[in-house]
Design a protein around this ligand. Structure first.
Ligand code: 5AD
Ligand code: SF4
Length: 472
């Protein structure tokens, strides 16, 4: 249970606390009439969202007030994503647009962090070609933000720190959560899987798990504060504490959290089929508070492609997990990630993905066309199929999933679901919530229901969302 080998030395953390105070002093002398404002924007996955909540926590303790308005910001920070080329292009475009804002406001600090910055070629490009960017830091040094800001404020130098490490765990950072009833709780960081297409293991370091009791205590605290949905996060939650005794692994963690008193729902993502066990599915079925929703990315339905992807499971193993899961939880909602057009994939192999999708009867899919990431193994593989052809395959897959989803939602008509109300719906007077299976449902209701559970009867199923009415 000891994660000390990943801990940052306490002297280093104390140093950062001192920097926090120094920044506060500098800012209060420069901003005597108003608070300095920080604009933080997050790209990519929930892991990044959770990191940004820590960044916002640190900035708040340094004296910044958060703003949604780019023009009034004294500090602009983008937490970036590297998962696909398109995600990176968007960031480059949006950073480019900051040049003018900086010209009009020379004291503005522009900062970039996250997975994209952890790649040396990106940091170098920012250094050379985006000279108005003041601060770039990678995923392993987030806790040094006070020191970085202090250097930007007091020396005027550009700060770059993309120190590479196997990764660390820093507990005790302040967290400024985006929501008041839904919370993200990271349980582990990094990834050891090295799927051949994926950049994550290179930019997030090796797998490391947070302490069991640290997580349970954090959830207890959140529930006490009134949080209604807790999502446990990790690239591969099934390998949480993989090297420790059974009593500290993921199923045990789920049971411990399920035992916390209070009315709340537990979600988790992402499960890797390689490490998904019957024990985990038994645990899901047993635990009352665990949502009956499983996000189990398959990526492809063809064994040769799965092998080339380095996924360490085959179609048969994946489908046996699905069969077992449905046998325990007939109404389970299953979602997945799929990559179309992996290098060397033929149409016949892609057709295996189509048949798998049909068999599994997914609720919804996150579908992606393969994007070559520099430094990964797949980036070196020959890729003969044109983008246009891949686009056709992609449409065939999304068209199939649309039919499956429509059938699934149609079967929900007239049934009543317990829903966590998340906010206003898209029509006037409507609210929006999510079923346990993670399907959006909209229904007429008063805004004071936001943040609470409500029973809603489905009146009109659409393909991807449901329309309903309050049932009690
Ligand atoms: N190209 C396309 N999709 C990718 N993903 C990860 N890397 C790539 C890539 N290089 C997808 C996978 C993963 C999801 C988070 O992003 O499907 O599960
Ligand atoms: Fe990437 Fe595979 Fe790790 Fe997921 S499990 S982050 S797809 S390497």
């Amino acid at each position: 249970m000891n994660n000390n080998r990943f801990s940052v030395p306490s002297a280093e953390l104390e140093k950062q606390t001192e920097y926090k105070e120094k920044v506060k002093t500098v800012l209060s002398s420069r901003f005597s009439l108003s608070f300095p404002k920080a604009f933080v924007h997050t790209y990519g996955c929930q892991g990044n969202v959770a990191d940004s909540e820590r960044i916002k926590g640190l900035l708040t303790e340094m004296g910044y007030e958060m703003t949604e308005n780019l023009d009034e910001a004294d500090l602009i920070l983008y937490n970036t994503c590297a998962i696909r080329e398109h995600a990176q292009d968007r960031v480059f475009g949006n950073v480019g647009a900051l040049k003018k804002i900086k010209k009009d406001k020379p004291g503005l600090i522009i900062a970039l962090c996250g997975c994209m910055m952890q790649q040396r070629y990106v940091a170098d490009k920012i250094k050379e070609s985006y000279r108005f960017v003041d601060l770039v830091f990678g995923t392993h040094v987030l806790y040094k933000l006070p020191e970085f800001i202090y250097r930007c404020l007091c020396t005027g130098e550009r700060v770059f720190d993309i120190t590479n490490s196997d990764g660390n765990i820093v507990e005790g950072l302040p967290v400024k959560r985006d929501g008041s009833f839904k919370a993200w709780v990271p349980i582990m960081y990094g990834c050891n899987n090295f799927c051949s297409y994926c950049i994550v293991p290179y930019v997030r370091g090796r797998e490391r798990s947070r302490g069991f009791s640290v997580i349970v205590d954090e959830v207890k605290e959140l529930v006490k504060k009134g949080y209604k949905e807790i999502t446990l996060l990790g690239q591969n939650v099934n390998s949480y504490n993989k090297d420790l005794a059974n009593e500290y692994r993921f199923p045990a963690l789920l049971r411990a959290i399920d035992n916390i008193e209070g009315d709340f729902i537990i979600r988790f993502m992402t499960s890797h089929p390689r490490d998904c066990t019957k024990e985990l599915l038994d645990t899901m079925a047993d635990c009352k508070k665990v949502a009956k929703h499983l996000h189990l990315p398959v990526q492809s339905g063809n064994d040769r492609v799965l092998f080339e992807m380095n996924r360490h499971y085959d179609r048969k193993k994946y489908l046996s997990l699905i069969d077992y899961a449905y046998s325990l939880m007939p109404n389970l909602s299953i979602t997945s990630d799929i990559i179309v057009g992996f290098p060397g994939e033929t149409y016949e192999e892609f057709a295996d993905t189509l048949s798998l999708v049909e068999y599994v009867n997914y609720t919804s899919l996150f579908t992606f066309i393969f994007s070559s990431r520099p430094g990964t193994k797949a980036a070196e593989m020959d890729d003969f199929v044109s983008r246009e052809e891949k686009g056709k395959w992609f449409s065939e897959l999304t068209g199939l999933q649309e039919k499956i989803a429509a059938k699934r939602t149609a079967s929900m008509k007239g049934k009543t679901y317990r829903v966590l109300v998340e906010g206003k719906g898209r029509y006037d007077g409507y609210l929006s919530g999510r079923t346990e299976g993670n399907i959006i449902i909209e229904f007429p209701g008063a805004e004071d229901l936001i943040g609470s559970f409500c029973n809603v009867r489905v009146t009109e199923p659409k393909t991807w969302i449901l329309i309903g009415e309050k049932a009690d």
